[in-house]
Design a protein around this ligand. Sequence first.
Ligand code: COA
Length: 157
Amino acid sequence: MIKRFTIRRLGPADLERILEIEAASFGREAWDRNLFAEYSRTCGDLFLVAEEGPRNICGYMITCTRGGRRRGQAELVSVAVDPRARGRGAASALMESTLRRLRRRAITRLSLMVKTTNGAARAFYEKYGFRKVRRVPRYYEDGADAWLLKKGTDAFF
Ligand SMILES: CC(C)(COP(=O)(O)OP(=O)(O)OC[C@H]1O[C@@H](n2cnc3c(N)ncnc32)[C@H](O)[C@@H]1OP(=O)(O)O)[C@@H](O)C(=O)NCCC(=O)NCCS
């Protein structure tokens, strides 16, 4: 089967494109360059991009692993796909690559926060077996609530 997306780590030349996808996806709530640069420094091994054809980045996913008492756990901190490229499996390819990489590092638990009103993202996470842990009131800057979701990283989701 021909793979539609190539998944690889973020490179220094990719940041401009990530900022475009971010602005198109989150508008006024988009993260800025400094925050992405910080994630690239601290979580760069799991800051992944999806390419649909050569040099055509259409999405990204950032996951950070934890240390100390929370060793073996990771947090999916953000994912976004260019609105023009949605519904074709880019986020799924990013998730599957992330889960494979986590398993290789013996990370067994993955958590994330999602806006309770974000239907597309909630359906996406549900498809991958994430389960609701609890509702977190006013988690976002605009006052919106979040769901804390979790799943195991095993292959059978
Ligand atoms: C959520 C998001 C990343 C999904 O990206 P995508 O590449 O379109 O997702 P995929 O094509 O891989 O879809 C995988 C599954 O997610 C679900 N899904 C994706 N978009 C959906 C939508 N609009 N409505 C309902 N379910 C949806 C479906 O279950 C889908 O599986 P299917 O194709 O078998 O039906 C994308 O909509 C996005 O970038 N949204 C804006 C940013 C955002 O909200 N990020 C999450 C922050 S927590």
